[in-house]
Design a protein around this ligand. Structure first.
Ligand SMILES: [Zn+2]
Length: 109
C-alpha cells in the first residue's frame, strides 16, 4: 500500500489554508474513493484515523499548498514528481469521509 498525497483542506474548516494531505496506506475503492488507515497533513493536522473511506471531491485545489508549514516541509524532487502525478490523476481534495457503521452501511459525515 502506498501513501497518497494531495493538496486539500477539511471541508468543515474551508476557510483554512490548503495543506499537503496524506492518505496513509491508501487503497483505491472505486472512483474517487480511497480506503486509508490515517489521514493527516504534513504540518500535523490530524483529520481521521482507524480505517476510513475518503471520498475525494474536486474543489479546485491549487498546485501547491498555501499553508506555510506545509510549504516549508521541503519536498524533494522525486516526491514532488509523485505528487504531481497523483494530482494529475485526481485533482481532487478530500472533503467528505465515510465510515462503516456496525451494520456495514456506509455513513457520511
Ligand atoms: Zn499545512
Amino acid at each position: 500500500m502506498t501513501d497518497v498525497r494531495i493538496v486539500g483542506k477539511a471541508l468543515d474548516d474551508f476557510g483554512d489554508d490548503w495543506h499537503w494531505v496524506i492518505l496513509h496506506d491508501a487503497e483505491p475503492r472505486g472512483e474517487r474513493r480511497y480506503y486509508t488507515r490515517l489521514v493527516d497533513t504534513i504540518c500535523g493536522i490530524h483529520l481521521d484515523e482507524g480505517g476510513v473511506v475518503v471520498t475525494l471531491v474536486d474543489t479546485g485545489a491549487p498546485d501547491s499548498p498555501d499553508c506555510p508549514q506545509c510549504q516549508a516541509a521541503g519536498l524533494g524532487p522525486s516526491l514532488r514528481a509523485q505528487i504531481e502525478q497523483v494530482l494529475e490523476e485526481a485533482e481532487l481534495v478530500p472533503v467528505r469521509r465515510t465510515t462503516r457503521s456496525a451494520e456495514g452501511v456506509p455513513r457520511e459525515f
